[in-house]
Ligand binder design. Structure first.
Ligand code: AP5
Length: 213
């Protein structure tokens, strides 16, 4: 089973992907994480991508596809794609590589996204928090490893505006492309409730697949 988790910046893709990965036998592949990992190495490519994502622009598809193929070639298992595809070209590329079974489209209104993004905090161990909805036990420090939390450079109100504009411009073609496979998820509910809806869908996947076809 290969799944895509789709939605605007801050809709909860990463949060839900982490929960899905634990519950189901899926490998979480986040292109955003792959990019940030390359940036942390301070490589030439990382430096180029740092500038692009700080502006909220998309990294060129050739680079993304290359990073993805490297990741996919390590093992053949079921995948959960987060942040990929973002364009019609990336979607077509993915279809050449493997078969996508289901696209979960997390919907959240624009008004809520700003609060989700600007109050999000990360730890270098990969954990993420929110000042209101997923507070660390000790303010500013990670529950898991105790390190100091930080915010993403692209998590500002100004950059979010650009990220959202790009997301919206790509939404329609992708929604049309995946219309037979895409299922809407109400992302405005509490984290646990969103996950319970996804869990229900994935647990009943085969039954659901027959309903779609
Ligand atoms: P990427 O890392 O993919 O970022 P994004 O799509 O903008 O999404 P986010 O990671 O910001 O949000 P999310 O939906 O995962 O939300 P989260 O779960 O953290 O991409 C970053 C950049 O990389 C792009 O802008 C682009 O430049 C580049 N890039 C990446 N992929 C690319 C590609 N394929 N092609 C080209 N360029 C690419 O939740 C947000 C916050 O809200 C958290 O604090 C969380 O705790 C909280 N929260 C989550 N769910 C809930 C809830 N239900 N209720 C209350 N709070 C919640």
């Amino acid at each position: 089973m290969n799944i895509i988790i789709f939605g605007p910046p801050g809709s909860g893709k990463g949060t839900q992907a982490e929960l899905i990965e634990k519950e189901f036998n899926l490998r979480h592949i986040s292109t955003g994480d792959l990019i940030r990992n390359e940036i942390s190495k301070e490589s030439k490519l990382g430096k180029e991508m740092k500038e692009i994502i700080a502006k909220g622009e998309l990294v060129p598809s050739e680079i993304i596809s290359r990073m993805l193929v490297e990741k996919l070639s390590t093992e053949k298992i079921n995948n959960l794609f987060d942040g990929f595809p973002r364009t019609l070209m990336q979607a077509k590329f993915l279809d050449v590589v493997l078969n996508i079974d289901l696209v979960l489209n997390i919907e959240v209104s624009k008004e809520l996204l700003e609060e989700r993004i600007t109050k999000r905090w990360y730890c270098s161990c990969g954990a993420s928090y929110h000042e209101i909805y997923k507070k660390p036990k000790k303010k500013g420090f990670c529950d898991i490893c105790g390190k100091k939390l930080f915010q993403r450079e692209d998590d500002t109100k100004e950059t979010l505006k650009n990220r959202l504009e790009i997301y919206e411009s790509q939404l329609k073609p992708l929604r049309d492309y995946y219309k037979m496979k895409m299922i809407k998820i109400n992302g405005e509910q509490e984290i646990e409730k969103v996950f319970s809806d996804i869990k229900f869908l994935l647990s009943n996947f085969e039954k659901l697949k027959n309903q779609i076809n």
